[in-house]
Design a protein around this ligand. Structure first.
Ligand code: ARG
Length: 461
């Protein structure tokens, strides 16, 4: 019956309204296997400290193993009367091991140090899954860059034509934030590598249990330095939710471009049929739903993070029940990304780029004007004057309905005597791109280096 964890102090069980509010098994049941792993480690610590005989330890581990089997194959499930994963599993253990032995396991631990530990374990596993999925997406973007190494597109600022860039350079600009997300998980992994087990309710335990033993059995490098912090902090959960939200934002920005590129007006990409959707009424439609869902899910991921931060902001030390609210948002972020990332990766891997169209548009909108100005600087014209001259050139071309490369020698000279026919050397998109050869620039030699560097960075995480 509900309340069995603390029956002695209470005249009766909890009101049904309280039980309904308090209940968390519908979301914390996914921690069951971590809970059982913690229980096995805790049983060994109890035995090492003399609270379980060798025979009792064997029987306890055996019961926990059998309980785990029952959990895995679905024979053991939480009941209506179970408040949370911990109480459900204690009920299961007592069923299998009997009240006397089963009742010994709870010594020296609290649900507060348990839950703090289990959440870390779960997040760690999902950080590994998400990192793997991120690498898959990065690989897909890199493969597209490598398959389109020669392609030149209009680079934009303010969504206006700015300067031509290599498509590969642009695609890799979407990769680097994802590489940093990967590094964020890696860095977070160092902080999360401490076990709160043994912190008890808040102040530590009196039983002389070896928390280091529990930590190493659960795969943690160390034990938390402070039992209050160990049970009451959730900054590491929030940090995970931040990385998840940032991934969502990074995907969303790429998604927005794919949506634009996929319009008739841009016509830069074709989506594969298997990664696009149709309309129930308009037979001609082929919609970029994956990209739109990515953009939409980013809002949800940000919401999960902000909700969690708001939950944490006013909490006094140590454990407060508010902390139970950490799980649903971060679990939702995990589920959201684990479904989104493979779909997004498939969409990117199967994108076809209309490189002819991109190259055709790349010089338009006077996107080579900066090249003209910089060519003048190389002729030792002060940049201020070069800018002025090139501005007049653009105005002249615009008035005459011509692009810069379409102007005749005499028209160039009409604008400025400094604009000799040699300026034509920079009036091609290839020449423009090749000349941007500083570190991190769009010149093909630099982009080739960038690809190598990126691969190296991903391999070191
Ligand atoms: N279900 C709680 C949580 O998710 C853990 C149990 C601690 N409960 C308590 N009343 N001290 O945080």
């Amino acid at each position: 019956e509900a309340g069995s964890l603390w029956g002695g102090r209470f005249a009766g069980g909890p009101a049904p309204e309280l039980a309904a509010l308090s209940k968390s098994t519908h979301f914390d049941w996914q921690l069951a296997e971590y809970d059982l792993a913690g229980s096995r480690a805790h049983a060994r610590a109890l035995a090492a400290a003399g609270y379980l005989s060798p025979d009792e330890l064997t029987a306890m581990i055996d019961a926990l193993d059998r309980l785990e089997q029952a959990v895995v194959d679905g024979r053991f499930r939480p009941e209506e009367s179970d408040e949370d994963v911990h109480s459900a599993l204690e009920r299961g253990l007592i069923d299998l091991a009997g009240g006397e032995l089963g009742g010994k396991l709870r010594a020296g631990r609290s649900r507060n140090d348990q839950i703090a530990t289990l959440v870390r374990l779960l997040l760690r596993d999902h950080a590994a899954i998400l990192s793997h999925q991120l690498v898959g997406l990065i690989d897909a973007i890199v493969a597209q860059a490598e398959a389109n190494l020669e392609a030149i597109m209009p680079g934009r600022t303010h969504l206006q034509h700015a300067q031509p860039v290599l498509l590969a350079h642009h695609l890799l600009a979407h990769c680097w934030p994802l590489v940093r997300d990967l590094e964020r998980f890696d860095d977070w992994g160092r902080r999360v590598n401490a076990s709160p087990y043994g912190s008890g309710a808040l102040a530590g335990n009196t039983l002389g249990l070896d928390a280091g033993l529990v930590a190493s059995e659960l795969g943690f490098a160390r034990v938390v330095e402070n039992s209050i912090d160990g049970t009451a902090s959730r900054d590491l959960v929030a940090e995970f939710a931040y990385v998840a939200a940032q991934i969502g934002i990074d995907l969303s920005r790429f998604a927005e471009e794919i949506i634009l590129w996929n319009t008739k007006e841009f016509d830069f990409v074709t989506l594969d049929d298997s990664y696009s959707t149709g309309s129930s009424i308009m037979p001609q439609k082929k919609n970029p739903d994956i990209a739109e869902l990515a953009r939409g899910k980013a809002g949800r991921l940000i919401g999960n993070l902000s909700g969690l931060l708001a939950t944490l902001k006013g909490l006094p030390l140590a454990y407060n029940r508010d902390l139970q609210e950490d799980k649903e948002p971060v679990f939702d972020s995990i589920r959201t990304l684990e479904v989104l990332l493979p779909a997004f990766t498939g969409m990117v891997a199967t994108l076809r780029f209309n490189t002819e169209r991109m190259a055709q548009l790349a010089p338009q909108g006077f996107s080579l004007a900066t090249d003209v100005a910089e060519w003048l600087v190389k002729q030792h014209v002060p940049f201020r004057d070069a800018h002025e001259i090139t501005g007049s050139l653009v105005r002249f071309a615009e008035q005459n309905g011509l692009e810069l490369e379409e102007l005749s020698d005499s028209q160039l000279a009409e604008v400025s005597a400094l604009l000799t026919p040699e300026v034509r050397s920079v009036l091609t998109i290839r020449g423009s791109v090749e000349s941007r050869s500083g570190i991190g620039g769009t010149a093909p030699v630099r982009v080739a280096e960038q690809l190598i560097e990126l691969t190296k960075r991903v391999a070191t995480v």
